[in-house]
Design a protein around this ligand. Structure first.
Ligand code: GLV
Ligand code: GLV
Length: 322
């Protein structure tokens, strides 16, 4: 009998095709995140699960469904109770690497977009406000030559640093690890978080979301930043205290923000939408056709490997194989 795989939302076909060759595959057919009770019911008796970053996979889901492997369709795995999975010897996998460039590209779009007020400018034109070239119209800040502070120097943080070099930026970073080789290779320098916040013209977040990074940036940190600086977040919403960011933006503690992620997606504080110095995107960091396709292929290959009894390439809890 074929093993069964449940996918919580339609993903690019390339991934589904890989799985269909070997397994009985069910895809949740609705165009919305699956509800917990639906997931418990529909994945029951399945061997493998491909959830999205919007699906909380906790001990109850694991026990009620009896799944044997979880292959997250994301690089971040904060939606999965890793401890519970490890205790049950369930391998948890993710899709690192393939979305690094797309996410770094989007991060740079937000850096350029906030500084040069792209969305505001587009709106200005569309709403018929333009009455001709104006020396003082929509003046923003420069990006070239400015200081970029990268918080979290994983793959994505490094890819952002590479791009920043092309813009002649000075790059400083803060991370739990000091990367001496990368410092030489990329020409970047380590800084304490407070030093980074004080010096940077742009601060961009690239840490995973964990207990340690919960509300890493709040009022106290915004107060350290320059009033002319911008905060960019393409990582996870909960790394920022959203309420305090809104206060800080209203009070002019910083010049603006570029956000792709929010505290309780798809909800976000509607006060944000009232601010013209903020660009708001609906969590599209990895949303290029090529990248989402590659993520589907990796998520499928990871799951296939595990269900075939092999060790997958991208495992979050390798200790279950010890
Ligand atoms: C996207 O946010 C991901 O973690 O893949
Ligand atoms: C994060 O997980 C990264 O790839 O930087």
């Amino acid at each position: 009998m074929k093993q069964k795989v449940f996918i919580t939302r339609l993903i690019p076909q390339a991934g589904i095709d890989i799985l269909k060759e070997h397994f009985e595959v069910t895809v949740f057919p609705e165009k919305r995140p699956i509800k917990k009770r639906e997931l418990k019911k529909l994945a029951k008796g399945c061997d493998g699960l491909i959830p999205l970053l919007t699906d909380r996979v906790d001990a109850e889901i694991m026990d009620k469904t009896g799944i044997k492997a979880i292959s997250n369709y994301a690089v971040g795995v904060d939606n999965i109770d890793i401890e519970a999975a490890t205790a049950r010897k369930i391998p948890v996998m993710n899709t690192p690497g393939v979305l690094t460039n797309a996410t770094a590209d989007l991060t740079f779009s937000l850096i350029l977009g906030t500084a040069r007020r792209l969305v505001e400018a587009d709106n200005f034109l569309r709403t018929g406000k333009w009455n001709g070239w104006d020396p003082l119209l929509l003046l923003g800040g420069d990006v070239t030559g400015k200081t970029l502070g990268i918080v979290g120097l994983g793959r994505i943080g490094k890819a952002v640093a590479e791009r920043a070099k092309g813009f002649g930026m000075e790059v400083i970073y803060n991370s739990t690890t000091k990367f001496n080789d990368d410092e030489r290779l990329l020409g970047i320098q380590f800084a304490s978080l407070s030093e980074l916040l004080k010096k940077s013209d742009f601060v961009t977040l690239h840490t995973p979301y964990t207990e340690a990074t919960h509300h890493l940036i709040g009022r106290k940190e915004l107060e350290l930043m320059k009033p002319s600086a911008y905060l960019i977040n393409t990582a996870r919403g909960q790394i920022i205290n959203e309420e305090e960011l809104i206060e800080g933006l209203k009070e002019g503690l910083i010049a603006g923000a570029g956000l792709d992620v929010y505290y309780a997606e798809p909800n976000f504080n509607k006060e944000l939408a009232k601010l013209s110095n903020v660009i708001l995107l609906p969590h599209i960091g990895s949303a290029s056709l090529e990248t989402r396709t590659n993520m589907a292929i990796i998520a499928a290959e990871n799951l296939k490997n595990v269900l075939f009894g092999n060790r997958p390439s991208h495992i979050i809890n390798p200790e279950i194989y010890d």
